[in-house]
Write a protein that binds this ligand. Sequence first.
Ligand code: FE
Ligand code: ZN
Length: 495
Amino acid sequence: MQSKIAKAIVEALASGYQLDPEAFGSLLKFDEKIDVVELVMKAVQIKYHSDDKQTVLTKQDIEKALPPDLKETDSAHGEAEPMVPEYIEPEYKIIKDPTDNIFPIEGLKGFQSLFRSRLEKLMKIVKERPDSYQIRQISTLKKEVSNSSQKIAGLVMNKKIRRAYVELTIDDISGRIRTIALDEAVKKNATEVCLDQLAVLDLQFSKRGSAIVKDVYSPDIPERLPNRSKKEVYAVFTSDTHVGSNTFLFNAFNRFILWLNGKLGDDSIVRRVKYLIIGGDVVDGVGIYPNQEKELQEVDIYEQHKKFIQLIEQVPKHIKIFIIPGNHDPVRQALPQPGIPEKYAGQLYHMENVVMLGNPIHLNLHGVNVLVCHGRSLDDIVATTPGLTFSKPASAMKALLKARHLAPTYGGRTPIAPEQEDHLVIEEVPDIFHTGHVHTVDVDTYRGTLLINSGTWQGQTSYQMNMGLKPTPGIVPIVNLATLEVTLKNFVMME
Ligand code: FE
Ligand code: ZN
């Protein structure tokens, strides 16, 4: 079924015509009854010979090309009632966007101020914990054998995992200390701590003067009930469209747009969809990895954006769209990233229902706190934490919440800019935490926070095939903000 429709679209494109989502919807409708390739080519013929010089085929164009018997049945039964979106007053706030707050400081000085800001912000978070009153500076530790332990907190500058022990080196500006975890349970906790995050440690000194870790924990988020919307409204989370890639799933994405337009059912939900969040990698980009051009259907970065914009323009105007960049988008790679420049995103900056933002961002949607970050640091977390996999990114997201930081590890795959202030500390506890990047849909909760990795619209690339990565494309998490319940809608399986 898919191949016929795909073929029809390709044939239309080859003749210089595109299909709008409604026309695409009619193809889905008639696919089982007639040859849709013939139908589209007939519609192209009629349009070509008419006065209408538009190059977009509409539903009306398709209907004109229908054989008489199908035309009649359609008008005899009448059109189904069009879906009418419920009027819901928008209620959103952009709480944090790095775009206008980027002040890099060159060189070593920049990293010193970044890490100082990180330490200060995380210390503040840790000091809110009731059991943290005893935290002392590393320089004031008493290095003597004792039955009671001493508590420190600092950034993890080094982590060595060995069979018999885990070694953590901790720095709190007052000093730096090498610590050893020997106990099995403590070793496990020490292993899960990310490099460069803040950790709190209970230490005891051995006769030889070694600092033995008795307990280690992360700043973490408190267990609590999340905020909810008073109104039943829905937020749709997606990311990693990778428009321009030759594995971009155009048909599935078109169905998604039709669905948002109320053409594919689920009326009770679709009527109340108010927000669409797009978490980066909107285009596949150019020159992102060696030989990428072989996997591109569109090699021009501006054309890639034009195609993306064409798709976004078809999303109904009552839906607010928030767009942030990822590592494939044409903007600085180091975190935090500003929004995709107008030079590329053009029209998106002028559409009333679109808000262009940086990465990461913090939003409030109908009373619900939403933290959105593209999620490149998930690569580093998975790579450095035994037991984590790309097929379950929500577990890596938990590690970020525990660390209260969106990209703790410096010097890994995630470039981090030497900023005056660390914008990547998770200062406010989110009700929803949304990432993309790993191309696997995953939903979980952690201490009351809903975790969503929103998958992708790109099929498996040869790189992913070599790496043994299996993406789950075309599956969209839809969240009822009144209950935080998630529905996963699969737009690929509809084929
Ligand atoms: Fe991606
Ligand atoms: Zn990415």
